[in-house]
Design a protein around this ligand. Structure first.
Ligand SMILES: [Zn+2]
Ligand SMILES: [Zn+2]
Length: 482
């Protein structure tokens, strides 16, 4: 595993990995690396899924928060960054390393998460009061987010930085969302610079050829690799197929005079879908109809995109930067709704229309209000464009549940459900295995995370076939000495 072996007399480098989240599941990404007497946390994500269980996992940490020397963040999605304010609230005050786009997105997304929690809490407490149930509190507030943002230190792609003595960090583009990075930690053994172990963490890995962000870049080397496996055992099909399918579903909505609800994270899928709707309407492949991006976040995100040309591909760069050029995330029929009043006004919307709203897995946010009001109408179609984790409302709807529980109340489901995997911000199994095969050396050990058990098994089997024999699928809390 090391570049060269030398008997240091101390038994060599002691590297310990412990997996606290996204272990045998998709959400709550959080892994602890111990090396050279330092403790580095990779990601600090929120768990989504069964409400009670998620709340418990999200409100505590399975380690001494004050013992963490640094956090390295792969990207801004809440299942990777959402517990940072909790970490800080519990006493962490060292640095959080991320790309600058991730920092800017976290600023918008964590504040949004705090205000959503405050709003959801009010709503739930109103219902709890009626039912004589105890009140709940938000996990963190906007104030906690402000304190967290002060700890960020930004590091650009391909600019190695020694974050702690003997630990050097390099970010590379992960092609997943704006600012997303793979993490390489170069861990030196003692003082000898030549004895290093390269630890690679894919974070969430994107697809080649996605509409907006750049393609993933491979690692220069990885002796130990932690890889995601979201779409293990599955294949997405080409991007243009996704666009064709979108055209079909939108045309059908127009035909029915119905409402198309697309639950999507404000960052990532929303921009890809908007980009394609724009192209399809302009080329008259779909009838013109109003499109609402109902998220106080999404309009800020377009602004953040403009400030980070290092993150998007050449096609998008040209659209965004040319003088008087088109805004790929804005067009005549598109409206971003920011205020709650504007959002509520969508209740009386003339059909056909399209509403894109978060959260992507229907676990909170404005999309729940749109679903609550429209899910009983057979003219409504709900289109899923992102991964739906186990036990989330999104997953249940996709599985065909006829009753939806929203804020503790039951609604009959009569809306149609559709899914397009091609918009996935995650590599499918083939793309993931190709990415790993392109690493110049063969990793000696691989840990498969961020997937449900079947997906993990499929990726592990693929890795074994490619000749990597030491593959583990860690359980939550499991500890490995390398
Ligand atoms: Zn992600
Ligand atoms: Zn993720």
């Amino acid at each position: 595993m090391r570049q060269k072996t030398k008997n240091s007399g101390k038994g060599g480098l002691k590297l310990i990995l412990q997996f606290f989240g996204a272990a045998q599941t998709v959400t709550g990404s959080m892994h602890l690396v111990e090396a050279n007497g330092h403790r580095v946390l990779l990601d600090c994500g929120m768990v989504q899924g069964k409400r009670q269980e998620a709340r418990k996992l999200n409100s505590e940490f399975p380690f001494d928060v004050k013992s963490i020397d640094a956090v390295v963040l792969s990207h801004a999605h809440l299942d990777h960054s959402g517990k940072l304010p909790m970490l800080v609230k519990n006493g962490f005050d060292n640095s959080i390393f991320s790309t600058s786009a991730t920092r800017d997105l976290c600023s918008a997304m964590l504040r949004d998460s705090a205000s959503l929690q405050e709003m959801d809490t009010k709503y739930v407490n109103k219902i709890n009061a009626e039912n004589g149930l105890p009140f709940i509190k938000p996990l963190f507030t906007v104030h906690d987010v402000t304190t967290t943002l002060r700890l960020f230190q930004t590091v650009e792609y391909r600019r190695p930085l020694e974050i702690l003595p003997g630990i050097r960090l390099t970010f590379r583009n992960a092609g997943h969302i704006l600012g997303s990075a793979t993490i390489a930690l170069e861990i030196a053994e003692g003082r000898d610079e030549k004895l290093v172990t390269m630890l690679g963490f894919t974070g969430d890995l994107g697809r080649k050829g996605a509409a907006v962000v750049r393609d993933p870049e491979t690692f220069a080397r990885a002796d130990v690799l932690i890889t995601e496996s979201t779409y293990g055992g599955r294949s997405h099909g080409p991007m243009n197929e996704a666009k064709e399918k979108l055209a079909g579903i939108v045309s059908e909505t127009a035909h029915k005079g119905g409402l198309l609800i697309i639950p999507a994270f404000a960052v990532g899928r929303t921009q890809d879908v908007v980009y394609h709707l724009h192209e399809l309407m302009e080329s008259k492949q779909i009838p013109s109809m109003p499109v609402f991006v109902d998220s106080p976040l999404a309009s800020n995100v377009t602004e953040i995109f403009r400030h980070h040309p290092e993150c998007y591909d050449e096609e998008t760069e040209q659209l965004l930067l040319q003088d008087g050029g088109k805004d790929p995330f804005g067009f005549d029929m598109l409206k971003y709704t920011r205020s709650t009043e504007e959002s509520k006004a969508l209740n009386n919307l003339r059909r056909p229309a399209i509403i894109i709203s978060a959260s992507g897995m229907c676990e909170g946010g404005r999309v729940l209000h749109h679903l609550r009001r429209n899910i009983g109408d057979p003219k409504t179609t709900v289109l899923f464009v992102g991964y739906q984790a186990e036990n989330t409302l999104g997953r249940k709807l996709l599985q065909g549940d006829k009753i939806a529980r929203i804020y503790g109340e039951e609604y009959e489901v009569r809306a149609g459900m559709e899914v397009i995997d091609g918009y996935s911000a995650h590599a499918d199994e083939g793309e993931l295995l190709d990415f790993i095969a392109a690493i110049p050396n063969k990793p000696a050990r691989v840990f498969v995370v961020h997937g449900e058990p079947d997906a993990i098994k499929a990726v592990a089997a693929g890795l074994m076939r490619s000749g990597i024999s030491n593959v583990a699928a860690p359980a939550r809390g499991e500890r490995f000495q390398i």
